[in-house]
Each structure stands twice: as C-alpha cells, then as structure tokens.
Design a protein. Sequence first.
Length: 180
Amino acid sequence: MKNSIAIFCGSHKGANPHFETEIERLGSMMASQHRTLIYGGSNKGYMGTVSNPFVASGGNLVAIIPHLFPHEVIHSQPASHLMVVESMQERKQQMLDLADVFIALPGGVGTLDELTEVLSAIQLHLVDKTVALLNIDGFFDPFLQQLQSMVREGFMQQSLLDRILVASSAEEVLDKVDKD
C-alpha cells in the first residue's frame, strides 16, 4: 500500500454536487486505511472537503501552506504536521519530496499547475512516482484529450500518458494506486 498521498484540488468548490460527495469519501477512506494526506493546508473548497473527514477520522495530515495565505484559510483542525513555506514553488517541492502518490481532484489552474509540474518531473526522470486523476463525472476528459493531442503532435511521449492512472471513484483510485 502506498501510504503518503498528496492531493491536488480546488480551493473552491465546483458546481457539481457529486464532486463533493466523492471527495469526502476519498478523505474518509484514506483515513480508515491509515494513509498520510499531504495537501495545501487550506480549509477552503475541496481542500476542506477532503481534509475534514480525514481529520475527523484521526488521519495523519500534513498541511503545507505558503505564508502569503491569510491565517483564516489554514485548516481549523490541527494538522499532524503543519509546514509554513515561503512560496507556492516551495510548497510544490515539499509535496513532491514527501509523497509516494499524487492524486488530482477537480480544481482550477492551480490544480493543473501542480499536476503538470509532477508530470514534468516524471518526464525529466527527476522522480518516479504514481500519478492519478480522480475523474469524477469525466471532469478530466478534456485534459486527457489535450494530452493525447500532445502525444499525436510529438510533444509528449505515450509512455508518460500511460503512467497517469484514471479512476472515477474514491475506491477505484485508491485501488489503482496500490496496484501501480
């Protein structure tokens, strides 16, 4: 079992209520399986959605937050380990160093930034870690189509695309990362 999982997700909630339900399930399941959740430290949006049930279930939470964020966005429940870093770049590097697995949940450009930075590090052979998309209701389908276009046009290798695990439910994504 891969225990240390970094979550990339929106600091806001989207319009689809199914996203929130599935993300809450992921947080609960990770805690019940005694995994470590590494995330951006906020209690806002889907960061709060995944971390609240995780913390309530007694999970080991590692929150990494840049000092530039206001104090009120920091998770209201204490993290097992809170890291306040200088920049977003330092946060991403800490997550890259600490996690065995990266799971992207629905989110915006920050989520895509974190995800593509990990994919770039894998492509450059700087890390060899698992990457998964929790593709609830096909949220990541357009992104996957863009990656397929990059492969077709010669900007990306098929082998990198093949490394991205895609799952539509919390159970499926945890099962896939454990089998990778």
